[in-house]
Design a protein around this ligand. Structure first.
Ligand SMILES: Nc1nc2c(ncn2[C@@H]2O[C@H](COP(=O)(O)OP(=O)(O)OP(=O)(O)O)[C@@H](O)[C@H]2O)c(=O)[nH]1
Ligand SMILES: [Mg+2]
Length: 521
C-alpha cells in the first residue's frame, strides 16, 4: 500500500471523493460532455498490451453490423495506460475508478478440471482487458478451501508479491469474490491494490452503461457491493488520519473520527441507494407500457440471451440489420435494444438484444438488472446464443441458465443457437447437439444457418390464429399491402371482378379492423 501523508488535505480529499460519488448524476452528465476525444489510432495502440490483443484486436465486422456509431465513442472512453499508478485515494480505487493498468491475475483451483480453472482465468484476463488494463501474468493455486486471512495463504501471497514486484504490476485481480478482510489481508502482503472478480465486472458495467436506467442500475449495484466493504475503507482512512498501520481495530487511529465517518458514509450511501431504487422503479412504467402495448397487439417477442461475447448483437444485426454495437469485448451491450423483425412468411415479431451473462455474475448486478432481465422471462421465445468456437461452451450454457432460472425465465421456450460455426470445431458442435434438443448451428459472420434459424423462429412463435375470408375492393389496395407487410398469414389470394379475394390468418386486433371486408367462404 502506498504511504499516505498525514495532512489535512488528505482527509478533505476523501470528503471530496465521497461527495463526488454521491453526486454521481451530475458527474456522469458532465463526464459525457467533457471527456477529451483522442485520435482513434493513437488511442488504440496505447491501450493494447500484448496479452490484451487476443481479445481486443480481433474485431471483424460484417456488412450486417451496420454503422456502429457507438464503437468510436466506446473506444474514446477507454483508459489510457500510465496516467496514474499511485494509490493515493483508496475511496476512488474501491468505487468507480479502479484505474487498473498493469495487472497480475490470481485464481484458486479448488475443484473441477485443470482446464476449467484455466478457462476461468483466461476469462478473467479478457475481463481485465475489457476494463482497459494490460495483463502481465496469471497464477492458479491448487487449494481446496480459501485461506480465511489472505485467500491464497501467505506462502502463495508472497510468491504473488514477488511476481508483482518483478513485473512492475500495480494491481492484483483475484478470480473470485473476496471477503473484505481477505482483500485487506492480501493487500497487506502484495503491497499493491487487490480487486476481486465482482469489483472488476462492476467496473466494466460502470464504463459501459449508457442509458439513464442502465447507469442507475450499475450505480446501485456498485453501492450494494461497497456497503459491506466500508470497514476497509474506514481503516484506510484511519491510517491517513493517524498514520498507524496495524491489524483490525488496532491503535488510536482506527477509532474516533474514522468510525464516525464510516457511519456518516454509510448513511449517505443508504440514502443514495434509496434514491436510486426509486428512480429505477419510476423508469419501469415506461418500459412496461411498451411491453403491454406489444402484448395487446399480440406481437410475439423473441429475446436473444447468452454468455457475454457469444455474438448476440451480431445475431441481432444479421437477423434485422439493426446496426447494434458489436465488439470483441465482454459486456459490449448493456442496454437492451429491441428491433422489429419478420419471419420469411411475413409474421412480425420483436427481437431484443440483452446484456450478456458471465460465470459468477455478481448478485448485485442480477438484482439491479432484474427489471431488464425480466423482459427475457416475458418473451415468447429465447434464442440462447452460444459461442461454439469456445472449447467448452457447456459451462457457459449452465451459467446462463442459472441466471435465467433466477429471473423465472426457465419456462420460456428456448432454441440453442450455436454461433461462430465458421470458427468452431465439429466435435464441440456434435457434442452439444447430442445434449440439447433444440439446436441451430449458425454463423452471424458468414450467414450460414441463418435462413434455417429464421424458419425455426417462425415455427416457434405464436402465430396469428383468427381465420378470415376477405374480399378487398381494388381501391383499397393499401389493405392488401398491409396484409403483406404486417402480421398476417396469407393462405390464398385470387383476383375477382369486385376485388382481391383473400383467405388469411390474422391476430384479433387486425381482425376487428378487417371486419368490413369479411365475406362468407
Ligand atoms: N468468427 C466469428 N466471430 C463472430 C461471429 N459472431 C460474432 N463474432 C464476433 O464475436 C465478438 C462478439 O460479438 P458481439 O455480437 O458483440 O457479442 P455479444 O454477445 O453481443 O457480446 P456482449 O454484448 O459483449 O455480451 C465480435 O468480435 C464478433 O465479431 C461468428 O459467427 N463468427
Ligand atoms: Mg452485445
Amino acid at each position: 500500500m502506498t504511504e499516505h501523508k498525514n495532512t489535512p488535505e488528505s482527509s478533505s480529499s476523501i470528503d471530496d471523493t465521497i461527495a463526488r460519488i454521491l453526486a454521481a448524476d451530475d458527474a456522469a452528465k458532465s463526464a459525457d460532455e467533457d471527456f477529451p476525444t483522442v485520435e482513434e489510432p493513437q488511442r488504440r495502440s496505447r491501450i493494447l498490451g500484448d496479452q490484451a490483443r487476443e481479445l481486443s484486436g480481433g474485431d471483424t465486422h460484417t456488412d450486417h453490423d451496420g454503422d456502429q456509431y457507438d464503437l468510436f465513442e466506446r473506444r474514446n472512453l477507454r483508459r489510457v495506460e500510465g496516467l496514474s499508478t499511485e494509490l493515493d485515494d483508496v475511496t476512488e480505487v474501491e468505487y468507480r475508478q479502479l484505474r487498473l493498468e498493469r495487472v497480475v491475475l490470481a485464481g484458486l483451483w479448488s475443484g473441477g478440471s485443470a482446464a476449467e480453472a484455466e478457462y476461468s482465468l483466461r476469462e478473467l484476463a479478457a475481463l481485465a482487458a475489457t476494463a482497459g488494463s494490460t495483463v502481465l501474468d496469471g497464477f492458479l493455486q491448487r487449494r481446496s478451501t480459501p485461506d480465511p486471512g489472505t485467500f491464497f495463504g501467505s506462502g502463495k501471497a508472497i510468491e504473488i508479491k514477488e511476481a508483482v514486484a518483478e513485473l512492475g504490476a500495480d494491481t492484483v485481480v483475484v478470480d473470485s469474490e473476496l471477503a473484505p478482510s481477505q482483500r485487506r489481508g492480501l493487500e497487506d502482503i502484495v503491497k499493491v491494490k487487490v480487486i476481486d472478480r465482482t469489483g472488476l465486472i462492476l467496473d466494466i458495467f460502470a464504463q459501459h452503461a449508457k442509458s439513464r436506467e442502465g447507469k442507475a442500475q450499475v450505480e446501485l449495484a456498485q453501492l450494494e457491493y461497497l456497503l459491506p466493504r466500508l470497514r476497509g475503507w474506514g481503516e484506510s482512512m484511519s491510517r491517513q488520519a493517524g498514520g498507524q498501520v496495524g491489524g483490525a481495530g488496532a491503535g488510536m487511529g482506527s477509532r474516533g473520527p474514522g468510525e464516525t465517518k464510516i457511519e456518516l458514509d454509510r448513511r449517505r450511501i443508504n440514502t443514495r441507494m434509496a434514491k436510486l431504487r426509486k428512480q429505477i422503479a419510476a423508469m419501469k412504467p415506461a418500459r412496461e407500457a411498451k411491453r403491454a402495448n406489444r402484448k395487446r397487439n399480440a406481437v410475439p417477442s423473441v429475446a436473444i440471451a447468452g454468455y457475454t461475447n457469444a455474438g448476440k448483437s451480431s445475431l441481432l444485426n444479421r437477423l434485422t440489420d439493426a446496426g447494434v454495437l458489436v465488439e470483441n469485448a465482454l459486456f459490449a451491450t448493456l442496454d437492451p435494444t429491441t428491433r422489429k423483425a419478420v419471419t420469411p412468411d411475413g409474421i412480425g415479431y420483436t427481437l431484443s438484444d440483452t446484456v450478456g451473462f458471465v460465470r459468477q455474475l455478481p448478485t448485485q448486478l442480477v438484482e439491479a438488472f432484474r427489471s431488464t432481465l425480466e423482459e427475457v422471462a416475458d418473451a415468447d421465445l429465447i434464442l440462447h446464443v452460444v459461442d461454439a468456437s469456445h472449447p467448452e461452451p457447456e459451462g457457459q450454457i449452465a451459467a446462463v441458465r442459472t441466471v435465467l432460472a433466477d429471473v423465472d425465465a426457465h419456462q420460456v421456450d428456448e432454441i440453442i443457437v450455436l454461433n461462430k460455426a465458421d470458427a468452431a470445431e465439429d466435435h464441440v458442435i456434435d457434442r452439444i447437439m447430442r445434449r440439447e434438443p433444440h439446436v441451430s448451428v449458425v454463423s452471424a459472420h458468414t450467414g450460414e444457418g441463418i435462413a434455417e434459424l429464421k424458419e425455426r423462429i417462425s415455427a416457434a412463435i405464436p402465430r396469428p390464429n383468427t381465420e378470415m375470408e376477405l374480399l378487398v375492393p381494388y381501391d383499397h389496395g393499401e389493405i392488401v399491402s398491409r396484409l403483406h407487410a404486417e402480421d398476417a398469414e396469407i393462405l390464398s389470394s385470387t383476383y375477382e371482378e369486385a376485388g382481391t379475394r383473400l383467405s388469411v390468418r390474422v391476430r384479433p386486433t387486425l381482425a376487428a379492423e378487417l371486419q368490413q371486408f369479411q365475406v362468407e367462404s
